[in-house]
Write a protein that binds this ligand. Structure first.
Ligand SMILES: [Cu+2]
Length: 148
Protein backbone atom coordinates (compact mmCIF):
# COMPACT_ATOMS: atom_id res chain seq x y z
CA UNK A 1 0.00 0.00 0.00
CA UNK A 2 2.66 2.49 0.90
CA UNK A 3 4.54 1.61 -2.22
CA UNK A 4 1.57 2.43 -4.37
CA UNK A 5 0.98 5.66 -2.51
CA UNK A 6 4.48 6.85 -2.99
CA UNK A 7 4.27 5.99 -6.66
CA UNK A 8 1.12 8.03 -6.88
CA UNK A 9 2.73 10.93 -5.16
CA UNK A 10 5.71 10.71 -7.43
CA UNK A 11 3.49 10.58 -10.47
CA UNK A 12 1.55 13.57 -9.34
CA UNK A 13 4.68 15.56 -8.77
CA UNK A 14 5.99 14.47 -12.15
CA UNK A 15 2.80 15.51 -13.89
CA UNK A 16 2.83 18.79 -12.06
CA UNK A 17 6.38 19.52 -13.15
CA UNK A 18 5.54 18.43 -16.68
CA UNK A 19 2.54 20.69 -16.69
CA UNK A 20 4.58 23.61 -15.46
CA UNK A 21 7.11 22.98 -18.16
CA UNK A 22 4.42 22.83 -20.79
CA UNK A 23 2.91 26.04 -19.56
CA UNK A 24 6.33 27.59 -19.65
CA UNK A 25 6.81 26.53 -23.25
CA UNK A 26 3.33 27.52 -24.34
CA UNK A 27 3.76 31.02 -23.10
CA UNK A 28 7.12 32.22 -24.09
CA UNK A 29 8.01 35.26 -22.22
CA UNK A 30 7.00 38.14 -24.37
CA UNK A 31 9.29 40.98 -24.49
CA UNK A 32 7.36 44.03 -23.72
CA UNK A 33 8.70 46.91 -25.62
CA UNK A 34 8.81 49.73 -23.20
CA UNK A 35 8.90 53.05 -24.87
CA UNK A 36 12.30 54.32 -24.09
CA UNK A 37 11.81 57.07 -21.66
CA UNK A 38 14.16 59.67 -23.08
CA UNK A 39 16.77 59.39 -25.74
CA UNK A 40 20.13 59.15 -24.17
CA UNK A 41 21.75 62.55 -24.36
CA UNK A 42 24.62 62.72 -26.79
CA UNK A 43 27.83 62.44 -24.84
CA UNK A 44 29.26 65.86 -24.36
CA UNK A 45 32.89 66.25 -25.31
CA UNK A 46 35.00 67.08 -22.28
CA UNK A 47 35.47 70.78 -21.88
CA UNK A 48 38.61 71.99 -23.52
CA UNK A 49 41.27 73.28 -21.18
CA UNK A 50 41.60 77.02 -21.31
CA UNK A 51 43.98 78.04 -24.00
CA UNK A 52 46.95 79.70 -22.34
CA UNK A 53 47.65 83.12 -23.58
CA UNK A 54 50.25 83.09 -26.21
CA UNK A 55 53.26 85.06 -25.10
CA UNK A 56 53.76 87.97 -27.34
CA UNK A 57 56.38 87.11 -29.85
CA UNK A 58 58.76 89.95 -29.84
CA UNK A 59 60.77 90.69 -32.84
CA UNK A 60 63.77 88.47 -32.55
CA UNK A 61 66.94 90.25 -33.24
CA UNK A 62 70.10 88.48 -34.10
CA UNK A 63 71.96 87.83 -30.87
CA UNK A 64 74.56 90.38 -30.17
CA UNK A 65 77.89 89.16 -31.33
CA UNK A 66 80.23 89.43 -28.40
CA UNK A 67 82.77 92.06 -29.15
CA UNK A 68 85.17 91.01 -26.43
CA UNK A 69 86.40 87.46 -25.89
CA UNK A 70 88.72 86.48 -23.09
CA UNK A 71 91.55 83.99 -23.34
CA UNK A 72 93.07 82.76 -20.14
CA UNK A 73 96.74 81.87 -19.95
CA UNK A 74 96.95 79.27 -17.22
CA UNK A 75 99.14 76.23 -16.64
CA UNK A 76 101.23 77.31 -19.61
CA UNK A 77 98.23 76.91 -21.89
CA UNK A 78 96.04 79.28 -23.82
CA UNK A 79 92.40 78.65 -22.95
CA UNK A 80 90.57 78.41 -25.24
CA UNK A 81 93.43 77.30 -27.34
CA UNK A 82 91.52 77.55 -30.62
CA UNK A 83 89.23 80.52 -30.77
CA UNK A 84 86.69 81.41 -33.46
CA UNK A 85 85.50 84.98 -33.54
CA UNK A 86 83.70 87.39 -35.82
CA UNK A 87 85.61 90.13 -37.44
CA UNK A 88 85.81 93.18 -35.21
CA UNK A 89 86.11 91.18 -32.02
CA UNK A 90 88.64 92.17 -29.39
CA UNK A 91 90.47 89.34 -27.70
CA UNK A 92 91.91 89.90 -24.25
CA UNK A 93 94.54 87.50 -23.01
CA UNK A 94 95.10 87.41 -19.25
CA UNK A 95 98.08 85.68 -17.73
CA UNK A 96 97.09 83.70 -14.64
CA UNK A 97 100.46 82.01 -14.23
CA UNK A 98 103.24 83.19 -11.97
CA UNK A 99 105.52 82.65 -14.94
CA UNK A 100 105.58 85.31 -17.63
CA UNK A 101 104.10 84.59 -21.04
CA UNK A 102 103.63 86.40 -24.32
CA UNK A 103 101.13 86.33 -27.14
CA UNK A 104 103.20 86.35 -30.27
CA UNK A 105 102.35 85.48 -33.86
CA UNK A 106 105.10 84.72 -36.34
CA UNK A 107 104.21 87.72 -38.50
CA UNK A 108 104.16 89.90 -35.37
CA UNK A 109 100.52 90.84 -35.89
CA UNK A 110 100.23 89.71 -32.29
CA UNK A 111 103.21 90.91 -30.37
CA UNK A 112 102.64 91.32 -26.68
CA UNK A 113 105.29 92.29 -24.17
CA UNK A 114 106.12 89.80 -21.45
CA UNK A 115 102.97 89.44 -19.39
CA UNK A 116 103.55 88.81 -15.72
CA UNK A 117 100.80 87.41 -13.53
CA UNK A 118 97.56 89.35 -13.84
CA UNK A 119 98.63 91.37 -16.85
CA UNK A 120 96.57 91.45 -20.00
CA UNK A 121 97.10 91.93 -23.69
CA UNK A 122 94.31 92.80 -26.07
CA UNK A 123 94.00 92.89 -29.83
CA UNK A 124 91.07 93.74 -32.08
CA UNK A 125 90.87 91.53 -35.13
CA UNK A 126 89.71 93.52 -38.14
CA UNK A 127 90.96 91.21 -40.86
CA UNK A 128 89.62 87.76 -41.68
CA UNK A 129 92.07 84.93 -41.36
CA UNK A 130 93.65 82.37 -39.10
CA UNK A 131 96.14 83.72 -36.62
CA UNK A 132 98.57 81.24 -35.12
CA UNK A 133 100.45 82.43 -32.11
CA UNK A 134 102.79 81.14 -29.46
CA UNK A 135 104.38 82.25 -26.25
CA UNK A 136 107.82 83.45 -27.25
CA UNK A 137 109.17 82.40 -23.85
CA UNK A 138 107.63 78.93 -24.08
CA UNK A 139 107.29 78.20 -27.81
CA UNK A 140 105.47 74.93 -27.12
CA UNK A 141 102.51 77.04 -25.99
CA UNK A 142 100.37 77.43 -29.09
CA UNK A 143 97.04 78.98 -29.87
CA UNK A 144 94.98 80.05 -32.85
CA UNK A 145 92.42 82.72 -33.48
CA UNK A 146 90.16 82.22 -36.48
CA UNK A 147 88.49 85.41 -37.61
CA UNK A 148 85.45 84.84 -39.86
CU1 LIG B 1 104.99 81.38 -21.79
Amino acid sequence: MTKKKSFLTFSMIFILILGLLLVGCAKPAEKIEMPSAQPAPAPQPPPLPPVPEQPKVEETKAPEVPTIVNVEIKGSKFNPQDLKIKVGTTVIWTNQDSASHTVTSSDKTLDSPDLSKGQTFSYTFTTLGVYNYICSIHPYMKGTVTVE
